[in-house]
Write a protein that binds this ligand. Structure first.
Ligand SMILES: Cc1cc2nc3c(=O)[nH]c(=O)nc-3n(C[C@H](O)[C@H](O)[C@H](O)COP(=O)(O)OP(=O)(O)OC[C@H]3O[C@@H](n4cnc5c(N)ncnc54)[C@H](O)[C@@H]3O)c2cc1C
Length: 429
């Protein structure tokens, strides 16, 4: 492994790989280290929705630029990403939910985004054959979907083509500083000297940055996905219903995800920043299922002074399988078949889960932290960062190379939590 780099990127998800790509394209010497496998976590396990609609207004300008990048990405990276610009349709089963969408249209108008409300036959036209009586929906024709692992891997490959070095099964164990600035990274394969570090470590970021004295409020939420056998063409749109969300892949199979409560595996981390998370937890308490089990037991075992996990905490669970919630798998197929009674032959061939890194206001942390100098956070994408991966990577490269980003990142600063508290989530999906 090289011992010097202009930038070290920590994390081989879409954000880290896109950052490495844009940085390498600007001729920097880039090293990316990944504790397990590229696209091994969220970036290889997500639904694949590339959605501008329904977001916090802060994210919309970034996401519109990301969407523009997505449209030309297969050509830019020279790879098949199964990109399909089929639109995104969010369904409302109650007038209250429809009113929420209606309110969000003001955000779309503010930024000139092509989101519109749809009702009656328009819903039926977008998802032919779908049963159910809908108050209506919100549709954005320029949204799309893509294959998560393919997109992340394509960014990795393109980064390497431009000279980046990528090391897998190589965790960053500590970030070194001197004189108030970043000076290097200790990795599993030795030390690298650098003055710039990008933390794109997803759900592990809070633990990693704590040793730098940075307090990053972040929770893990376990999200489950089911994959079906192939079906005849149903819809080109990504569909987000109240009880099930789905998209049809190129080979006809569907990714399904059940709505309802999300799974939170209690760990010692759950006790941190309670003040920031509790108000929204309490307000939405019906939307969470808390599980006390193996992840907490593992954390407690780590407290044991002789435990290997205590000595090298960022390595210890990298080969574990994140268990999908079987109830959710069953429910997602049942709900899908309720919507499409003709799809009774479908069955689930695979299911999996991933840990989402959630911030209190459901908006990422993106930008330089100030102290130590040279340290950039690109994390906390709160369940919708696959779509933002390309623009997040490009903005990281602008921060490093130009010293300032082309889009306003003020609202994404880490210090917002200390300055104004938890903030109120403003996304409607
Ligand atoms: C089930 C599910 C469905 C989702 N659906 C969507 C969707 O439809 N659309 C959407 O936009 N988003 C979706 N998301 C969210 C999206 O997947 C994430 O926001 C996005 O992938 C985040 O990318 P990332 O690169 O920040 O994180 P990750 O992909 O999690 O990558 C972080 C990487 O850092 C590595 N790492 C951690 N610590 C270290 C260390 N110390 N040293 C080296 N490496 C380290 C990890 O191993 C990991 O590979 C979904 C997520 C899940 C789980």
């Amino acid at each position: 492994m090289e011992r010097d780099a202009d930038v070290v990127v920590i994390g081989g998800g879409i954000v880290g790989c896109a950052s490495a790509y844009y940085l390498a394209r600007r001729r920097l010497r880039v090293i990316l280290v990944e504790r397990a496998a590229v696209a091994g976590e969220q970036s290889g396990r997500n639904w694949g929705f590339v959605r501008q609609q329904g977001r916090d207004p802060l994210e919309v300008p970034l996401m519109m630029e990301s969407s523009r990048i997505w449209r030309g990405l297969e050509q830019e990276l020279g790879a098949d990403l199964e990109w399909l610009q089929g639109g995104n349709l969010a369904l409302a089963d109650t007038p209250e939910r429809m009113a929420l969408f209606e309110e969000w249209l003001a955000v779309a108008r503010q930024f000139g985004l092509d989101t519109r409300l749809v009702r009656g036959h328009e819903v039926a036209d977008l998802a032919p054959g779908m049963a159910g009586s809908w108050a209506g929906g919100m549709y954005t024709a320029t949204d799309g979907h893509a294959e998560p692992a393919k997109a992340t891997e394509a960014f990795r490959r393109a980064a390497v083509t431009h000279g980046a070095r990528v090391y897998t099964r190589c965790a960053a164990e500590a970030v070194l500083t001197g004189g108030g600035a970043v000076s290097g990274v200790v990795t599993e394969q030795g030390e690298v000297r650098t003055t710039r570090v990008v933390c794109a470590a997803g759900a592990w970021s809070a633990r990693l940055v704590r040793s730098l004295g940075l307090s990053l409020p972040q929770r893990w939420v376990r999200a489950t996905v089911a994959r079906t056998t192939p079906a005849p063409p149903i819809t080109r749109a990504g569909v987000w219903g109240p009880k099930v969300a789905f998209r049809q892949r190129k080979d006809g199979s569907l990714n399904l995800a059940a709505g309802g409560a999300t799974d939170h595996d209690v760990t010692l981390e759950s006790l941190r920043h309670l003040g920031l998370f509790l108000p929204n937890y309490w307000k939405n308490r019906k939307l969470f299922r808390f599980h006390v089990g193996r992840p907490l037991a593992r954390d407690l075992a780590r407290l044991w002074p002789w435990s290997a996990a205590r000595r090298r905490p960022l390595l210890y669970d990298r080969d574990e399988v994140t268990p999908p919630n079987p109830n959710k798998v069953r429910r997602s197929l049942r709900e899908f078949q309720r919507l499409f009674p003709g799809a009774q032959d479908l069955s689930v061939v695979r299911s999996w889960a991933g840990y989402i890194d959630v911030t209190p206001d459901l908006v990422p942390v993106l930008g330089e932290v100030g102290s130590p100098r040279g340290f950039i956070l690109a994390t906390g994408f709160s369940g919708h960062g696959f779509a933002m991966g390309p623009i997040a990577g490009r903005l990281v490269s602008e921060l490093v190379v130009d010293g300032k980003p082309s889009l306003d990142l003020h609202g994404f600063r880490l210090s917002r939590f200390a300055e104004t508290g938890a903030g109120k989530p403003r996304s409607v999906l």
